[in-house]
Design a protein. Structure first.
Length: 144
């Protein structure tokens, strides 16, 4: 089963290394997905609705997708392998009035950045929630 998640924001660990993470919330659980600094910036800018004179990679992707008759249906964080989250991007493409569904593998950070920009839902699988979901008060993050 899958559960719809909300993006609570981007945060950094309260450790010497200060690793950024996007914080996803499902029901009463938080799922921190550790990401790179550039991904954190892209997600934060999307959350704030910031636009640039020239498109960032995720903006360009969506612009090209739309130009070729596609639309983001949803993204899924669907598994966890050896501590690494796996995600899928479900797209619809329309050609000659016919809808075709396509699914692509991608990094969860890219999935979240695209979902925010496309106003698409983010889903988390039970197995991911069971393995990585934590009570909010157990996490130690500073707001970025």
């Amino acid at each position: 089963m899958e559960h719809e998640a909300t993006v609570e924001g981007v945060a950094v660990t309260q450790s010497e290394r200060q690793v950024p993470a996007v914080i996803l919330k499902v029901h009463e659980k938080i799922v921190p997905v550790f990401i790179t600094s550039d991904q954190a910036q892209s997600i934060q800018l999307a959350l704030e609705g910031e636009e640039f004179d020239r498109p960032l990679t995720h903006d360009l992707f969506l612009e090209m997708l739309t130009e070729f008759g596609g639309a983001v249906d949803r993204v899924r964080v669907d598994s966890l392998r050896e501590g690494t989250f796996m995600a899928k991007l479900d797209l619809d493409q329309y050609r000659d009035g016919e809808r075709q569904s396509k699914t692509f593998d991608l990094r969860p950070s890219d999935a979240v950045a695209i979902a925010i920009r496309a106003d698409a839902p983010i889903y988390i699988a039970d197995e991911v929630l069971d393995a990585a979901g934590q009570a909010e008060e157990t996490l130690q993050f500073d707001d970025e």
